[in-house]
Design a protein around this ligand. Structure first.
Ligand code: SF4
Length: 285
């Protein structure tokens, strides 16, 4: 397996509610890791033996700032590289940004990634002008900006598959014969949420670490035994429509739009691998 990092969705909660959010982040959303659960994940990653980096993201990771700092501290002390992804809402000016970042730098943070663009309710900002990037550089912290600058860069899964598709050009449903973004046969990155779900793609689950150890889930992973993954590998999202005889529109904006729409329809049939509710737009408890 090529996998060497885990992307921890520290929480589904976010101070924003962006239209393009894959994970339906929202101020009303539920789900956050406890410190005890994070320790369990670190121990499971150590036992797996080949995880060497943790990304902490969300939702918005800074909404649970003390937990984030403790998570980075603990991961760093156990020898993992650490990265944090944030929308940077807290960097209102350089002095304040420095205050927020000092604890994380002291905790051993290796990299900061900031999602900031017009899709996050912000005006476009150059990396050189973002207070968090400027301060990170002053503090010799590796930092970068994740910015969507063109609607063509949007992937239409999660909330984007509902809120952003109207008026977009579409292609025939049967043209989406492959997953263009994730290596489902040999995943390079996996997201882990507060409910223990390991996601091959947001809402497409390969197992639950509260039920089975991470090392076992990864070691036993055979994509041909996963009903949705097997079809996606055989013929992309179009194969889901064909195999499960789903009603469908003539066209979709992209492969993810068809995939996400089909998976939503199939949830009752494949509840254990199409989860949790949060990934399918259920907000709150
Ligand atoms: S096609 Fe499906 S599995 Fe592939 S990236 Fe898009 S939503 Fe995820």
């Amino acid at each position: 397996m090529k996998l060497n990092s885990l992307h921890v969705l520290l929480t589904y909660r976010c101070n924003y509610e962006c239209d393009h959010c894959f994970v339906w982040g929202s101020p009303q959303q539920s789900g956050v890791f406890t410190l005890e659960q994070l320790e369990e994940v670190f121990q499971q990653a150590l036992a797996a033996g080949y995880i060497d980096e943790f990304y902490f993201e969300g939702g918005e990771s800074f909404v649970y700032y003390p937990v984030l700092v403790k998570a980075v501290t603990r991961a760093h002390n156990l020898g993992f590289a650490t990265s944090v992804v944030t929308n940077g809402y807290w960097a209102t000016n350089k002095d304040d940004a420095r205050t927020w970042l000092e604890c994380l730098v002291h905790a051993g943070l290796d990299r900061l990634e900031i999602s900031c663009d017009p899709f996050h309710g912000e005006t476009a900002v150059s990396p050189l002008n973002h207070a968090a990037i400027q301060v990170a550089q002053d503090m010799l912290l590796n930092a970068g900006l994740i910015a969507l600058t063109d609607p063509a860069e949007v992937m239409y899964r999660g909330r984007a598959a509902i809120n952003l598709v109207n008026g977009q050009p579409r292609s025939p449903w049967h043209s989406f014969t492959a997953c263009p973004h994730e290596d489902l046969a040999d995943p390079q990155r996996i997201h882990l949420d507060p409910f223990g779900y390991l996601h091959l793609c947001q809402g497409l689950v390969m197992g639950n670490v509260w039920e089975r150890p991470l090392a076992d889930i990864l070691a036993d992973y055979d994509p041909q035994t996963y009903p949705i993954v097997r079809e996606l590998l055989a013929g992309g999202p179009a194969q889901l429509v064909t195999t499960y005889q789903l009603t469908h529109d003539p066209g979709y904006v992209d492969a993810c739009h068809l995939c996400y729409t089909a998976r939503k329809t199939l949830r009752d049939q494949f509840a254990s691998v199409l989860a949790p509710d949060q990934m399918y737009g259920v907000i709150g408890d």
